[in-house]
Design a protein around this ligand. Structure first.
Ligand SMILES: [Zn+2]
Length: 564
């Protein structure tokens, strides 16, 4: 039984929301796991101590920061949220050169210098009449605000219905606490496939809000695949005119069909893409939430949509359509210089749109059937001294990587790019299990763990008989939670190169946002906790989830219901 189904939204109309938790002294004693019970925060903070007294947030609570200091923008962000929550209009109060911070009923941002906190860590210290937030840098302040919001049952946004509910709030009182917190991994990612099914700008923004709420910091945006090309490239207009449309989509799952039974299709044209202006809007929105967007442009395989519009870059030079079925297809980019020029033209624009360090170049599931038959590919193979087609793929990836390096970018590729050898600077995404990532880390390459058997959220989360159609497999909440991306047994040198963890959601069978939310939550909360926290306790996590689930629901404007 999925947890999310059994929880009803808790935010009811009340004048004052008072949440009392077990009261323990705000001691300086050492942290113990059980003390996170009552923190109501996901991911679990490193240290959490509950105090003897309460703190009330209300319309008169002031936010104080130094306008000349970097944390001011986060203070403004918090101020905006509180204004919306209490339906008040109160500007951030600027206090410069005021070491005493003597104002009562205030939240005060203090720039600090604490090595242990790093860029993303923070401290929250609730006094009787004020809350002190300390961090070294903006991401730390931002994550402090996320913790504060969760603690006081506030969300950064809401739909019309919840805004009406907000009107009713005048005060939220909760037992005061002290928190010290910083992440385990620097890379905490969530992937979304928008090719098999598309999600609007507003839906992606909501997705990013939920990620930020869970302190995830990389959004892996799967923008191109066999079934659709979803990013406008001005140099190649056919990518949006032709590649963004499939004629129809297969109905049901392959396993529903008998042997030899013809596939059935819905007969509906499916077209969608993001304009460059929309991409910029999303990248900016993400950056304001300390999330880096990583675009994935798939090559050499999973390229049927692109090749339907530009068949001259395939081995067959034609006969390729934007796919309406799922799987792996033989037609891939032909390995030659004119293809590289085409891809580089695309990547020029991609690099300009995405300011982050990484570009994901795919590299997975590339059949070698066409390359083996293609005289052009065979010529390239001979010229480059490749002993087989795996090495030819390695040459393909190296060529593109070299180009991206000149643009100041680094590549991420799925683990298959290891097959014919890889440069020392490529980051490997391990999806078929953890072995690809461990192999890469042993070679000194950075690796990100995203094993399908733990972290594919398009897999079932409970008994398929009770669930909406999904890809297959089983990754229930406790399995996600129990995945350790970098166990001590690997040794420090290998652990150092496992930079983080990510969950992937492929959308063959996820047709709308409501269904996406159902598949991603609460599993994303479990992902966030293994990515951020070392204090793992599943029972305790489930208790905190009771608190955060209605908040997630408020944020996306619905309950996590199953697709009809
Ligand atoms: Zn070829």
């Amino acid at each position: 039984m999925c947890i999310s189904n059994s929880i009803k939204p808790k935010l009811k109309m009340k004048k004052t929301l008072i949440i009392f938790t077990a009261v323990v002294f705000c001691a300086n004693g050492s942290f113990s796991k059980s003390i996170n019970t009552g923190s109501d925060i996901i991911p679990a903070p490193v240290e959490f101590h509950i105090c003897q007294y309460g703190f009330s947030l209300n319309a008169n609570t002031k936010v104080i920061a130094n306008i000349n200091s970097s944390e001011y923008s986060v203070a403004e962000y918090l101020n905006g949220i509180l204004c919306r929550f209490f339906k008040e209009d109160k500007p951030v109060i600027v206090k410069r050169d005021n070491p005493k911070y003597s104002l009562a009923n205030s939240i005060i941002f203090i720039l600090t210098s604490d090595k242990q906190l790093g860029r993303e860590g923070y401290e929250i210290d609730m006094k009787k009449d004020k809350i002190l937030i300390s961090a070294n840098d903006n991401p730390g302040f931002f994550y402090a605000v996320q913790s504060l919001m969760q603690y006081f049952s506030i969300t950064p946004n809401g739909n019309n219905e919840t805004k009406d509910e907000y009107k009713k709030y005048t005060q939220i009182t909760k037992t005061a606490c002290k928190i010290k917190d910083y992440p385990r991994f620097s890379y905490r990612g969530k992937h979304l496939d928008v090719c098999r099914h598309f999600f609007t700008v507003e839906e992606v923004k909501c997705y990013l809000d939920l990620m930020a709420y869970n302190k995830l910091n990389y959004f892996h945006w799967h923008l191109t695949d066999d079934q659709g090309w979803r990013i406008e490239i001005k140099k190649y207009p056919l990518l949006t005119q032709i590649s963004s449309c499939r004629e129809q989509t297969m109905i049901g799952h392959y396993r529903d069909y008998g042997k030899g039974e013809p596939l059935r299709f819905d007969g509906k044209r499916y077209c969608a893409y993001y304009t460059q202006e929309q991409i910029k809007e999303i990248v900016k929105y993400a950056a304001e939430r300390y999330i880096t967007v990583i675009p994935e442009i798939e090559m050499p395989g999973h390229a049927c949509a692109a090749l339907a519009a530009y068949p001259q870059f395939s081995c067959r030079r034609g006969g390729i359509k934007v796919e309406g079925t799922w799987g792996v297809f033989d037609d891939v980019f032909c390995c030659n210089d004119s293809t590289f020029s085409f891809i580089e033209g695309i990547l020029e624009e991609v690099c300009d749109l995405f300011p982050g360090k990484y570009i994901h170049i795919g590299g997975d599931e590339c059949p070698k059937t066409r390359w083996k038959e293609c005289p052009v590919c065979q010529k390239t193979k001979q010229e480059q001294g490749c002993k087989d087609e795996h090495e030819l793929q390695s040459y393909f990836v190296r060529t593109i990587e070299k180009f991206l390096n000149t643009k100041g970018k680094s590549i991420i590729g799925w683990e298959e790019i290891l097959e014919g050898g890889v440069t020392g600077t490529a980051t490997i995404m391990s999806w078929m299990g953890v072995n690809g990532g461990i192999t890469a880390a042993k070679m000194g390459n950075d690796a990100i763990m995203t094993p399908e058997n733990y972290l594919y959220f398009n897999w079932y989360q409970a008994d398929p008989k009770t669930e909406p159609l999904a890809f297959g497999g089983l990754t229930p909440l406790d399995k996600v939670y129990n995945f350790n991306p970098a166990p001590d047994s690997l040794g420090a040198e290998v652990q150092r190169h496992i930079i983080g963890v990510q969950a992937n959601t492929w959308t063959e069978y996820i047709t709308d946002f409501k269904n996406l939310m159902y598949m991603d939550y609460p599993r994303t909360a479990a992902l966030a906790e293994i990515a951020w926290s070392k204090n793992l306790d599943y029972t305790d996590f489930l208790e905190r989830l009771q608190h955060t689930t209605p908040l997630y629901q408020t944020m996306y404007g619905g309950i996590f219901s199953k697709k009809k």
